[in-house]
Ligand binder design. Sequence first.
Ligand SMILES: N[C@@H](CCC(=O)N[C@@H](CS)C(=O)NCC(=O)O)C(=O)O
Length: 216
Amino acid sequence: MTFRYTLVVGSKQLSSWSLRPYLAMRATGAPFQEVVIALNRPQTHADILRHSPSGKVPALKIEENGEVVTVFDSLAICETLAERHQEAGLWPDLPLVRARARAYACEMHAGFAALRKTLPMQIASRLPTPELGDEVRQDIARVTTAWEEALVRHETDGGFLFGRFSIADCMYAPVVSRFVTYGVSLTPRLTQYCERIMALAGMQDWTAAARKELGA
Ligand SMILES: N[C@@H](CCC(=O)N[C@@H](CS)C(=O)NCC(=O)O)C(=O)O
């Protein structure tokens, strides 16, 4: 099969939705080109629309057999990569573990609005913890409880939420980055999980690019 991938992402300092499929893409080992669109500029919307009909990033363009298909939406891209690169094992092998991992990924995709609003991703920055209202505290409590539950069961099989690195980890990686940026205090188990995520080659490369965007 010959194909060409172009992953269209937003500014690396800010674009949490883009980071998720970027990590999944890196985990496949497949070659891909990247287009980075600067967010929060007057021309951002027009720039995105040139690549993504939803007017949002990320988008994955797949060129194959003379056709170009654009997959917009972070989770749809992750799912597509998991299906096309089954050898990468982006979902857990066991059906019931896979079912739970999917629920984790979807819960992140659909929720945690207060956490996302109050602690926006600024991956290359270290900032004071802002005032956390009740809703943000509830989101943090739910995320950390979910991580603890998954890690207690699976951590020894590879160190990630469901053992081997999976799309569930991709979906939560920007939350890890937020906890690090804003100094949210965590249990030792979760601190170690965050360190593992931050140490991934894909996270390191993404963060280095974010630092460059800041001119640091
Ligand atoms: N549900 C979408 C959300 C994508 C999204 O909101 N992306 C933001 C950047 S992280 C965006 O494109 N914003 C448009 C803009 O800033 O003009 C997904 O999962 O991909």
